[in-house]
Design a protein around this ligand. Structure first.
Ligand SMILES: NC(=O)c1ccc[n+]([C@@H]2O[C@H](COP(=O)([O-])OP(=O)(O)OC[C@H]3O[C@@H](n4cnc5c(N)ncnc54)[C@H](OP(=O)(O)O)[C@@H]3O)[C@@H](O)[C@H]2O)c1
Length: 267
């Protein structure tokens, strides 16, 4: 970390949405941001935007599932790793091809853990640093037809909290933090919800009620989704900059409160 409190922050999955908005916001706050993307084309687009504002942001391709790409995070003095990249997957566990669920776990959990282990080794050597996992409020509750995705975030919640406690036992200054977004209109949810209709045809157990499921989830997300990512980006900034970070940062506040009440009442 620079003497000015400015940090070197590597973020995955910055093509759009929360990752991109957090990367640009953190760079505008003077941090050195390494914004990585799934593809090289996306990195070039982001680099151009950053250059037009003269921001301290470099961008390159880092497919989190690619071991060679992951090694590109090494030797850069990363103070904060933000595991943001994810893919959505949906459908009932009664019938989904489990290859899809494995793929979701690979992108959303195992690959970020591989990247974390690499970067953590450097952080532990310096005895400073922070790993932020972008989880989800949906990783604290259950939602029908979303388990192929939400299970990955449930596992992330448990893993991150456990890792934090383990590092505390080492007396390490390296911290682990969870950021939990509620519903934001980035395109992620629509793509996730639509995926199941690629294969939920007349063979599906749920075929007779597909129309009802589809209109119900459309209505739900139309009401719940925030158009601007500002509130969750503010939480990412807090998670990066807090001297003594909390375990969890969530937004929007009313969805976080709703989830807390649902958990307390066992709903
Ligand atoms: N939006 C919400 O309502 C919401 C709610 C709760 C949690 N979240 C979480 O917030 C984070 C950001 O989501 P978002 O809403 O901003 O959606 P998003 O724009 O789709 O962000 C996900 C990013 O991950 C990237 N990605 C996917 N596979 C990758 C891979 N193998 N390697 C590297 N990058 C990869 C995507 O790039 P490509 O598109 O180029 O593949 C995309 O830029 C995710 O962890 C998501 O689970 C979102």
């Amino acid at each position: 970390m620079g003497a000015s409190g400015k940090k070197t922050i590597l973020i995955t999955g910055c093509r759009r949405g929360i990752g991109r908005d957090a990367a640009l916001t953190l760079a505008r706050r003077g941090h050195r941001v390494i914004a990585t993307t799934h593809t090289s084309a996306a990195a070039e687009g982001l680099a151009r935007t950053a250059a037009s504002e003269e921001l301290p942001l470099e961008a390159f391709k880092l497919d989190v599932t690619d071991a060679g790409d992951r090694r590109r995070a090494l030797g850069r003095g990363v103070d904060v790793l933000v595991n943001n990249a994810a893919l959505g997957e949906s459908g009932s566990l009664a019938e989904i091809d489990l290859k899809r669920v494995r793929r979701a776990f690979d992108v959303n959990l195992f690959s970020p853990l591989e990247l974390t282990q690499l970067v953590l080794a450097e952080m532990l050597q310096r005895d400073c640093g922070r790993v932020i996992f972008i989880s989800s409020l949906a990783g604290r509750i259950t939602m029908p037809f979303m388990a192929p995705y939400t299970m990955t975030k449930f596992a992330m919640e448990n893993g991150a909290e456990t890792l934090r406690r383990e590092l505390l036992r080492l007396g390490s200054a390296v911290n682990i933090v969870l950021v939990e977004p509620g519903a934001y209109r980035t395109g992620f949810n629509q793509e996730m919800l639509e995926k199941k209709y690629q294969w939920m045809d007349y063979c599906s157990y749920f075929y007779p009620i597909i129309g009802k499921i589809r209109s119900g989830e459309k209505r739900y997300f139309r009401i719940m989704e925030k158009r601007s990512t500002d509130s969750i980006v503010r939480q990412v900034v807090r998670a990066v900059e807090a001297q003594h970070p909390r375990m969890r940062y969530a937004a929007p506040w009313w969805q976080a409160l709703g989830v807390r009440i649902m958990r307390m009442t066992g709903k």
